[in-house]
Design a binder for this molecule. Structure first.
Ligand code: 3HC
Length: 350
């Protein structure tokens, strides 16, 4: 067990003053808590107990789950990954091996890939997560699935363990109520590709304890990430800003502002973004982005979060992006993706 000195927003304190301030809490104060600590000036210093984490559970071994498992094992944790079928574990572990080999060749860590992989265990039995100290869920972005997953885990994982969801848009509050441990529940939102992207958003709800939140924050640091504090507002920080940008790119294409390749090149070369919006959309997956738009639009009722009709039609047609080979680009040859302007405009191929 360790203690850290943390800045706790006064209204999140569990003493009488904290309760009183919470009862007075107005949206303006809440907004200031989200990020602007310096102008808020409402923080108290407090010793917070940080739980020791030895064993990590990861639920889901897809794009995000395998990445989270990889960085956790790389950081020295024993990791058990739960999937519904062994074939998904095999596929995810293959991707982990490939990524570790690449990173090892660049001298990214001291351990050998073999040593890191030896800390990873795959399972299809939820009971194997019983003694985990920290469980991160990265299953499909669907509130029903996430609630079902956590309700099942809650009955087998030890009561002291902290639960975290990697959701990018669903309310943590809504997911946590499927368990008997809402105060030990946080959002831990990683970015794709997890082994390379430095950020992790750590989100607390109005009932998350300081201990659970700070433990998750320290865990993010131990993974070599830069954690940022946020609260349970749909989309957190990044997707609040990123999603309208990506959707605007699709609308610009729909309106004929530019071709897929030109819009991508514009944002790369004109703004210094590492990849253009269509490449990024293909990386994230259109099924995921479409689901995010539904959740965000439902929350905010603002057009900037609404799905353009093209995105909806691509998802209905099964064009999910890079993961199944077809999106704004055809990824048959991943080294040379081919833009799909004609097909996406419903035109005959030239
Ligand atoms: N593991 C290990 N190495 C990897 C890797 C992985 N998973 N993925 C790529 N690499 C390696 C590549 O092999 C390459 O190695 P090399 O230099 O030896 O050839 C190196 O990393 C650089 O990759 P690339 O040359 O392909 O391309 P970039 O220099 O553009 O870097 C990138 C790749 C870091 C992914 C960069 O393009 C980038 O930052 N893109 C933006 C990603 C982004 O915005 N992610 C957030 C998505 S939003 C999200 O996840 C939230 C969700 O809720 C929607």
């Amino acid at each position: 067990m360790a203690f850290i000195r943390a800045e706790i927003p006064r209204f999140a304190r569990n003493d009488k003053m904290g309760c009183f301030l919470r009862s007075l809490q107005k949206p303006a104060r809440d907004l200031r808590y989200d990020g602007d600590r310096s102008s808020c000036g409402k923080f108290a210093r407090k010793e917070v107990r940080v739980m020791e984490i030895k064993k990590v559970g990861v639920v889901g071994c897809g794009l995000m789950g395998s990445g989270i498992a990889q960085v956790s094992a790389t950081a020295g944790f024993d990791v058990t990954v739960l999937e519904v079928d062994q074939k998904y574990i095999d596929k995810g572990f293959q991707a982990i091996r490939k990524s570790l080999d690449k990173l090892a060749a660049k001298g990214a860590f001291a351990d050998t890939p073999d040593a890191i992989v030896s800390r990873l265990k795959g399972t299809t039995r939820k009971e194997d997560l019983a003694d985990c100290d920290f469980v991160v869920e990265a299953v499909i972005e669907n509130v029903g699935e996430k609630r079902k997953t956590f309700a099942a885990l809650d009955s087998v994982v030890k009561p002291s363990a902290i639960f975290a969801s990697n959701t990018s848009s669903i309310s943590i509050t809504e997911i946590m109520t499927s368990t008997q441990r809402p105060s030990q529940f946080v959002g831990l939102h990683f970015f794709n590709p997890v082994p390379l992207m430095k950020l992790v958003e750590v989100a607390r709800t109005i009932v998350t304890t300081d201990e659970a939140f700070e433990t998750a924050f320290e865990f993010g640091k131990k993974l070599g990430k830069v954690p940022v504090r946020t609260s349970d507002k749909t989309g957190f920080i990044v997707n609040r800003l990123l999603v309208p940008y990506l959707l605007d790119a699709i609308r610009a294409f729909e309106e004929g502002v530019g071709s897929i390749a030109d819009i991508d090149a514009s944002m790369k070369l004109g703004c210094g973004y590492p990849m253009g919006p269509f490449t990024l959309l293909d990386f994230v997956g259109h099924d995921t982005t479409y689901y995010i738009t539904q959740v965000m639009f439902d929350e905010f009722k603002e057009k900037r979060f609404a799905s353009p009709s093209l995105l909806k039609r691509m998802v209905m047609a099964g064009w999910y992006g890079k993961k199944n080979g077809k999106g704004f680009y055809d990824w048959s040859n991943p080294e040379k993706p081919v833009p799909q302007d004609a097909a996406l405009r419903g035109l005959a191929k030239q």
